[in-house]
Write a protein that binds this ligand. Structure first.
Ligand code: FES
Ligand code: FES
Length: 173
C-alpha cells in the first residue's frame, strides 16, 4: 500500500562535505534549513525572494539562492555554504583579499559575495573587472559601492594565478 503523503519528508544531502539526513517541513527553505536546522548561520537572509543574493550558496557547484529552494527538493545534492569555503586553518585567499581590500563594512552581503566569487573563479581564474562586476551583479551591497569588492576578487585571482615572472617567461622551471 502506498504510504500517505507526508508534509515532513525526509531528505538526504551533503552539506559542506558531510552527509545530512533530516525530516523537514515540505515548505522549509534551504536557507532556513541551513541556518535553523544545521546552525550554519553564515548564510544570510535578506529579501527572501531572490533579489539580494545574501543567501547565495553552491548547489552541486553552481551558485543558487537558498531562499528560493526548498530543502526537500535537494535529495542527493551537494551544498556548500560560506562555512564550507573557510579552511580550518584560517581565512581563504578570497576572504583574506576581502579583508585586505576593505571589501566589507557591515558584512551582511559578504558570504553571498564570496560564494558567487568562488563560482566565478572556478570557471575563470583570471576574470577582468567587468567580468567580476557582471558575475556579482545579482549580489547587492548597501555599503561598499562595489569597487573594493571587485578589487578583492581581482586580488584573490592574482594571488591564485600569479603572472609569470621572468623565469617562467623564459621557460625556466
Ligand atoms: S535572501 Fe535570498 S536572494 Fe535575498
Ligand atoms: S558590506 Fe554591508 S551590505 Fe555589503
Amino acid at each position: 500500500m502506498t504510504p500517505p503523503p507526508t508534509d515532513r519528508p525526509s531528505v538526504r544531502l551533503a552539506v559542506n562535505g558531510e552527509d545530512v539526513e533530516r525530516t523537514v517541513e515540505a515548505r522549509r527553505s534551504l536557507a532556513d534549513f541551513l541556518r535553523e536546522d544545521l546552525g550554519l548561520t553564515g548564510t544570510h537572509v535578506g529579501c527572501e525572494h531572490g533579489a539580494c543574493g545574501a543567501c547565495t550558496v553552491l548547489v552541486d557547484g553552481r551558485s543558487a539562492r537558498s531562499c528560493l529552494l526548498f530543502a526537500a527538493q535537494l535529495e542527493g545534492a551537494r551544498v556548500t555554504t560560506i562555512e564550507g569555503l573557510t579552511p580550518p586553518d584560517g581565512p581563504s585567499a578570497l576572504q583574506r583579499a576581502f579583508r585586505a581590500c576593505h571589501a566589507l563594512q557591515c558584512g551582511f552581503c559578504t558570504p553571498g559575495m564570496i560564494v558567487a566569487a568562488t563560482e566565478l573563479l572556478a570557471a575563470d581564474p583570471a576574470p577582468t573587472r567587468e567580468e567580476i562586476r557582471e558575475a556579482l551583479a545579482g549580489n547587492l551591497c548597501m555599503c561598499t559601492g562595489y569597487t573594493t569588492i571587485v578589487s578583492a576578487v581581482e586580488l584573490a585571482a592574482a594571488e591564485r594565478s600569479p603572472a609569470p615572472g621572468p623565469a617562467a617567461a623564459e621557460g625556466v622551471t
